[in-house]
Design a protein around this ligand. Structure first.
Ligand SMILES: Cc1cc2nc3c(=O)[nH]c(=O)nc-3n(C[C@H](O)[C@H](O)[C@H](O)COP(=O)(O)O)c2cc1C
Length: 194
């Protein structure tokens, strides 16, 4: 039997009042049911400053000056696969996510990945842009992006949090399950081949 797939679930939103954490809590068990051992990397908690490494990661080869970079690098290196959970901001994906990508470089090469975007209409523009960047750094995006739609009128409470995150994710359960299964199977195939 293959070892369990270690999956890093990245919460891309770093705002003090946000919904990414609520969605991550609902997506995590779907990944686990597909056979993943999930670690959550919440960019709000990681608190990476705007990129402050003196050398670009592509040139430093993973020899980083700062402890926060080594922590982030270690999380990615220790994972067999990465699931990016990203909101859409103004037709793109957030600066927090781009910043997190730009901190590293060799870590992304060949890393199996999955993208889950969200927004009023599913955040597809942000998801597509992030996919293009992750492919540029040679990430191995293994399934179509999943887009979670959050209609503003029905999804949010007066506190700007989701009223019922479980139902929001439930509407996309089939796509999420299918993508999670593809990701875990892909990791298994890589492990067998390696
Ligand atoms: C700066 C900003 C820009 C936004 N732009 C979009 C957008 O282009 N399309 C969309 O569907 N929602 C947009 N929204 C709404 C977000 O998708 C929604 O607030 C979502 O909850 C953001 O994720 P978060 O709460 O985890 O940060 C925007 C929100 C913010 C804060």
């Amino acid at each position: 039997m293959n070892p369990q797939a270690r999956v890093l679930l990245v919460v891309g939103s770093a705002r003090p009042v946000r919904v990414g954490d609520q969605l991550a809590a609902q997506i995590k068990p779907i990944l686990e049911a597909a056979g993943a051992e999930v670690t959550v990397a919440d960019l709000a908690e990681l608190g990476l400053p705007l990129l402050d490494e003196p050398m670009m990661a592509a040139a430093s080869g993973g020899d980083y000056a700062h402890e926060h970079t080594r922590t982030w690098s270690g999380l990615v290196r220790d994972a067999d696969a990465v699931v990016w959970l990203t909101p859409q901001y103004n037709g793109g994906y957030p600066a927090s996510v781009k910043n997190a990508v730009d901190y590293l470089f060799p870590e992304w090469a060949g890393k199996p990945m999955l993208l889950v975007s969200y927004g009023a209409g599913g955040g597809g523009l942000g998801g597509a842009q992030l996919r293009s960047v992750l492919e540029f750094v040679k990430g191995d995006v293994v399934a179509p992006n999943v887009e979670i739609s959050l209609p503003p009128q029905s999804s949010y409470g007066s506190d700007f949090r989701l009223v019922d995150a479980a139902s929001d994710v439930e509407r996309h359960r089939q796509e999420l399950e299918s993508a999670a299964q593809t990701l875990v199977a892909h990791v298994g195939a890589v492990q067998v081949a390696g």
